[in-house]
Design a protein around this ligand. Structure first.
Ligand code: HSE
Length: 429
């Protein structure tokens, strides 16, 4: 075919997603070539174990254990990284960019932590840097923020960006199951990692939020600026109480901007059952945002898995290989820019509080006083169920209150009259 361009690529790693990309190029490469005149040829695949079965018939000489075979081959113009984690991924990606190769990565950790360095090097060497697969798998949210939504000032992003935790919380809500039971079942089904810490403790979501918020607010929002609380302490009783009050529990990644002040947090959050995000079930991901021109918008899709993630990687391959000139996000690329976004850790929101309180006269007024002393206003209160060891469960929903005031109000409740069982933030937007 006239004008066809063969693009030689190298893989760093070849786990589930890498194998997915190989299979997608094998099964769909001809269609892409027909449309774009681009033919992708995977020349080298770096693996730890050449003899491991991957269900793929790699041609002789493709698999290698030497990273130099990928990074130092002048014919390879695009390096696709599937290693995950900070190192050695960052060092190798950096080397690839320095030698003028384009990098495509699904690695949210290395990317979120070293974005400014990688982008600076990419710009200096006119190398491309593409990372659609790093956030929410197949959902084209990076392209949307970088490109399609450029005409917007985006002030709010709410994301369900971790499929494992959404699966667990959905099962807890629908079947009234305990966290531990659902986690075990999810691990048995392969839906949760054997070591699920990064997912259930909210870190995976926080890396993704750092990337999304930086793009949306045109300023770096470092991972360290994100408040992170996972779902490990969630009790079935709270999920049930929330539903009775009209709320669904989600692990929400929240980013809000008010002038130069930015709040970014990942924590279990009650949202109204009629919010569009409330119906995002199982392992699906979704990003809901508000732009001043586009107004409300929601993206929904598969955030993980070999083929959904391969969909994003192969789209990046096509974008990268057909770009006349690589583009970079439009924010100040310095790690500490002169006009920096300031982190706000004292956000305001309504709170759901469940206490176990003594069942005697005057207890409620003492709790109400502890709240009032900190300016926290109670919107609703219910006594849920009967006595347990002489104490009764009380559930409060507050009006919007500052985080610090709420923490102090809880601290101000004498332990001999009531103890806090759970505090869950509520998002009413
Ligand atoms: N472990 C992630 C999830 C997918 O459960 O959504 C990769 O980021």
């Amino acid at each position: 075919m006239t004008g066809m361009k063969v693009v030689h690529i190298g893989f760093l790693g070849c786990g589930n997603v890498g194998s997915g990309v190989w299979r997608l190029l094998e099964s769909f490469g001809k269609d892409i070539q027909h449309r774009t005149d681009l033919s992708f040829h995977v020349k080298k695949v770096l693996v730890r174990d050449i003899n491991k079965s991957r269900g793929i018939a790699f041609p002789e000489g493709v698999l290698t254990r030497k990273v130099e075979d990928v990074l130092e081959d002048p014919e390879i113009s695009i390096v696709v990284e599937f290693l995950g984690g900070e190192e050695p991924a960052f060092t190798w990606l950096h080397r690839a960019l320095e030698s003028g190769k384009t990098v495509i990565t699904a690695n949210k950790v290395a990317f979120a932590l070293h974005w400014h360095t990688l982008q600076k090097t990419a710009k200096e060497h006119a190398s491309g840097l593409y990372y659609e697969a790093a956030v929410c798998g197949a959902i084209p949210i990076i392209h949307a923020l970088e490109d399609s939504l450029q005409a917007n000032r985006i002030d709010k992003i709410f994301g369900i960006v971790n499929g494992t935790t959404n699966y667990i919380l959905t099962r807890m809500s629908k079947n009234n199951e305990s966290y531990d039971d659902v986690l075990c079942e999810a691990q048995r089904l392969g839906l949760a990692e054997p070591d699920p810490a990064a997912d259930v403790e909210g870190l995976d979501a926080a890396y993704k939020l750092s990337i999304l918020a930086s793009l949306a607010f045109h300023g770096r929002v470092p991972f360290e600026n994100i408040y992170v609380e996972g779902i490990t302490g969630i009790q079935a009783e709270d999920v049930r109480c929330g539903l009775e009050l009209g709320y669904t529990l989600k692990l929400l990644a929240i980013a809000k901007r008010d002038g130069m002040s930015v709040e970014t947090r990942v924590h279990p959050t009650f949202i109204r059952c009629d919010h569009p995000l409330a119906n995002v079930s199982g392992s699906f991901n979704a990003v809901y945002l508000k732009g001043h021109a586009c107004q409300e918008m929601m993206f929904l899709g598969r955030g993980a898995g070999d083929m959904p993630t391969a969909s994003a990687i192969v789209s990046d391959l096509v974008r990268a290989a057909s770009a006349q000139k690589h583009l970079y996000p439009t924010f100040d690329n310095e790690p500490i820019p002169a006009v920096a976004l300031k982190k706000n850790m004292d956000w305001s929101c309504p709170y759901y509080i469940r206490l176990l309180a003594k069942d005697t006269p005057g207890v409620l007024s003492q709790i109400a006083k502890a709240f009032a002393d900190q300016g926290v206003s109670i919107a609703a209160m219910q006594q849920k169920g009967g006595q347990r060891d002489g104490r009764v469960p009380l559930v409060f929903i507050t009006h919007s209150a500052h985080e610090k005031a709420m923490q102090q109000a809880i601290h101000g409740i004498p332990r001999e009259i009531a103890t806090m069982e759970s505090m869950i933030r509520v998002e009413e937007e």
